[in-house]
Design a protein around this ligand. Structure first.
Ligand SMILES: [Zn+2]
Ligand SMILES: [Zn+2]
Length: 329
């Protein structure tokens, strides 16, 4: 890694991390560390099983080689706290979280989770990893009022002692665990609301959610991707992950793919691309869309064990694949 590369990475981090994890970043293209154990458990999504409540939102707990990261925080203030409690999961030892993008249905639990858990452990959820652009202004077209709740949440989170780490490029946040940073939009997947406007120095433009980031976990089987709302497009995201980390198969995709409004044509295009990436598991949660999961299953040659609608408490692990629980099996 060149000195310049290290400098460029650290220069985009708003607060220098206290631990050395972020400094262990390897430049894109070099062989990355591969993780030995991985479990991802869904804590916020639409479908609930025996335990927990469903909502329009997303959150998942990522357990990797003995470390834990919370990916997104759900929509309602209490959902992730309550679902974790019901599932017997103690989040107070989790120090790091990722926010995939600024939307309310992924960030609503941030402050309540930090406030509740820091009473048990001051370091709980004290470091938030995000993509550049998450704090940009999105004024309402009606009255010009700010609609990006992350601007106010930033102040509230920092007032609790929490720190944001902002990235404009791929970064290895733990050995073998990467954050994409903002994803280049090579294909026009355009998976966002067309009516929201983003404030830029050049004026108001359509909000393409430039900050949208996914987690990439490098495993011996291939790459495991965790997406929040999938606004950057799952095909764009996988292609970028393969160039940033290594050109391995997409072994598993977990989270929201924002395909619930997709046409038959674009579902077919997406599923064919996923098949080409060697997709072996899909835990399609949140905004993926129920029909979309079944179309991808069919076109990508997956089965009812390997392409499943994610429910609260459902999980993916390297040893066991998808555990769908009861309703979605
Ligand atoms: Zn979103
Ligand atoms: Zn969403």
């Amino acid at each position: 890694m060149s000195i310049l590369h290290v400098f460029m990475i650290l220069s985009v981090v708003s607060t220098r991390p206290e631990r050395v994890d972020v400094d262990s970043t390897a430049p894109p293209g070099l062989p990355s560390h591969q993780v030995r154990s991985l479990r991802v458990t869904v804590l916020s999504t639409m479908l609930a099983d025996f335990h927990g409540v469903g909502e329009w939102g997303f959150a998942a707990l990522v357990e990797v080689d003995g470390r834990r990261i919370l990916f997104d925080t759900g929509a309602r203030p209490e959902t992730v706290l309550a679902n974790a409690r019901e599932l017997g999961i103690d989040l107070s030892g989790v120090t790091d979280l990722v926010l995939s993008h600024h939307h309310w249905d992924h960030t609503g639990g941030l402050i309540p989770l930090r406030e509740a858990l820091s009473k048990q452990n001051p370091a709980a959820l004290s470091r938030a990893h995000v993509g550049e652009g998450i704090f940009l202004s999105r004024p309402s077209p009606e009255d010009g009022q700010e609609t990006n709740q992350m601007i106010a949440r930033r102040a509230a989170y920092e007032a609790t002692g929490g720190k944001f780490l902002v990235y404009d490029r791929p970064v290895e946040i733990l050995p073998g665990v990467w954050l994409t940073g903002p994803v280049p939009r090579r294909h026009a997947e355009r998976l966002w609301s067309r009516s929201v406007r983003l404030k830029t120095p050049q004026g108001l433009v359509e909000d393409s959610l430039p900050e949208d980031v996914s987690l990439i976990i490098d495993t011996p089987e291939g790459l495991v991707l965790i997406t929040g709302c999938g606004h950057a497009g799952i095909v764009n995201t996988i292609e970028y992950a393969r160039s940033a980390v290594r050109p391995a198969p997409a072994y598993a995709v977990i989270g929201g793919l924002h395909l619930f409004r997709a046409s038959d044509e674009s579902l077919e295009w997406t599923a064919t691309k996923l098949k080409g990436f060697g997709l072996a598991h899909l835990l399609g949660a949140h905004c993926t869309g129920i029909e979309a999961v079944f179309r991808i299953r069919e076109t990508a040659g997956l089965t009812r064990k390997t392409a499943v609608i994610g429910a609260i408490g459902s999980s993916f692990s390297l040893e066991g694949g998808i555990d769908p629980l009861e309703l979605a099996r």
